[in-house]
Design a protein around this ligand. Structure first.
Ligand code: TRP
Length: 466
């Protein structure tokens, strides 16, 4: 995948940040914070970002940059054997599931952007807002059609190419997103009673912190920073060789956390000012906000602005998710062709072109999106197992099981299996990295992170109780 690389450092930062800043920040983070007691969750989340997020993101970037490969061959080429080749496949399937799920929610954002532009939120009350959302979510065809639009937008940008498509677009969209967010914040802080929302966001009651909150915050940290999905390895491979991974990571992490906190600052003051409950869950953005905007002067304009923001963030992330699968398929098919050729086979399969790889990954994502979208409709009860529909299964399976496991094995791989010299040599390239930073990093990825992930994981599945 070397033919098409990022042309500048800022391009990598913005593209990776464009991938990282997504529904996780603007849709998921505020509702999780609302459900988990506000400020206490924020505090735990920031701690998780510092101790798990930063080292894990650095690990993935370094793996991509050192090997110059996508997630498929990065493991193999770092250690020159194929013992770890199962891990990229697990990553690929986990990411595929997430992409399908993600495209469904992205589709809802696009649909809500349309709703806000045609003024559907006018005079909306609680029942109408709930009916509007469930009308969309439970209508299999509509929900699926919207996710197909989302996949088409994302795949269309990828079609144009990494340098021209992702990089150029991120350079425009990321600053635009920050501007929209700031405009919204200024608007909501002018509302009467807004400060109660701010207090909810920042007042930390330490007694509210439980193991459950830590598990949720960790899952959210992985999700929001796009960790354990191969996306960062893929981006690492596109980095210029002289890029400083340590400072790039810090910039992305700070930006991502900042956007999440700012999204909270835009949402909670408004929710409190109009007397709604912050603990609404996944519906917070889709059911509560239309009512909030309807009650605000100039609300329709700000509603359209907000859903445009959400759509931009979601589409750039959906695009990175599809890109990761594209790079995987492309490398996989090339490796297969090379292996057959080396073995002297006569019928060597042709390897996939980039455009073919994009088409296949988009179609696979659409298939998963189809299942997720239909599983919420009453018309498809066979997509619900044990009272939980496929959409929620995908969410739980990935954020509680596959993401922590992939992160766990990846740090074991990089901490114990890859030669120490490779890690040290790579980190020495970074200006400003001191010897003690390297020691601290290695301690974190060899001991601290694997042990803590294991404990939290065992606690989560009920084997031990913390
Ligand atoms: N981080 C994205 C968000 O906050 C979601 C996401 C998870 C993602 N993994 C990814 C995006 C991989 C791109 C690539 O919404």
């Amino acid at each position: 995948m070397k033919s098409d690389a990022f042309s500048s450092r800022i391009g990598v930062i913005l593209a990776a940040a464009g991938g990282a800043v997504g529904l996780g920040n603007i849709w998921k983070f505020p509702y999780m914070l609302g459900q988990n007691g506000g400020g206490a969750f924020l505090l735990v989340y920031i701690l998780c970002v510092a101790v798990f997020g930063v080292p894990l993101m650095m690990t993935e970037f370094m793996m991509g940059k050192r090997s110059g490969k996508s997630v498929f061959s990065a493991y193999e080429s770092l250690v020159n054997n194929r013992h770890w080749n199962w891990l990229p496949f697990v990553t690929f399937f986990s990411t595929l599931l997430i992409t399908g799920f993600y495209c469904v929610v992205t589709g809802w954002c696009i649909c809500y952007l349309y709703y806000s532009c045609v003024g559907i939120f006018h005079n909306i009350d609680v029942n109408a807002a709930n009916a509007l959302f469930s009308g969309l979510a439970q209508n299999g065809w509509q929900s699926f059609a919207c996710s197909a639009v989302a996949v088409a937008c994302a795949a269309g940008i990828l079609w144009v190419g990494v340098g021209k498509g992702i990089e150029q677009l991120s350079k425009i969209l990321m600053p635009l997103l920050l501007v929209i967010l700031l405009v919204l914040i200024v608007r909501v802080t002018m509302l009467e009673g807004a400060f109660r929302g701010v207090a909810f966001l920042f007042a930390s009651d330490l007694s509210k912190i439980t193991p459950r909150i830590i598990l949720d915050a960790m899952g959210q940290c992985f999700y929001s920073l796009s960790i354990a999905m191969g996306a960062l390895i893929t981006y690492g491979a596109y980095m210029p060789k002289n890029q400083n991974v340590a400072s790039t990571t810090l910039q992305i992490v700070v930006l991502d956390t900042l956007v999440a906190v700012l999204a909270g600052c835009a949402i909670f003051p408004a929710v409190f000012a109009y007397g709604f409950s912050p603990t609404e869950g996944p519906q917070l953005v889709f059911c509560v906000l239309p009512m909030v905007f309807d009650r605000m002067a100039g609300g329709m304009f700000f509603a359209a602005l907000f859903f445009a923001l959400l759509t931009i963030a979601a589409v750039t992330s959906a695009m990175s998710l599809i890109e990761m699968q594209t790079a995987f398929l492309y490398d996989w098919s090339r490796a297969r062709t090379e292996r057959r050729a080396l073995a002297g086979n006569t019928d060597i399969p042709r390897s996939l072109s980039r455009h073919e790889a994009i088409s296949i990954s988009s179609l696979c994502s659409l298939l998963v999106a189809f299942v997720c979208a239909w599983s919420m409709s009453d018309a498809a009860p066979w997509l619900t197992w044990g009272g939980v529909n496929a959409f929620d299964w995908v969410d739980r399976l990935t954020s509680h099981i596959t993401l922590p496991s992939i992160a766990f094995f990846t740090v074991l791989f990089f901490g114990w299996y890859v030669s120490r010299d490779v890690v040290v040599a790579e980190m020495r390239l970074y200006h400003g990295v001191k010897p003690w930073n390297i020691l601290a990093y290695r301690f974190l990825i060899r001991w601290f992170i694997p042990i803590i992930i294991l404990l939290i994981f065992l606690n989560g599945i009920g084997v031990i109780s913390l």
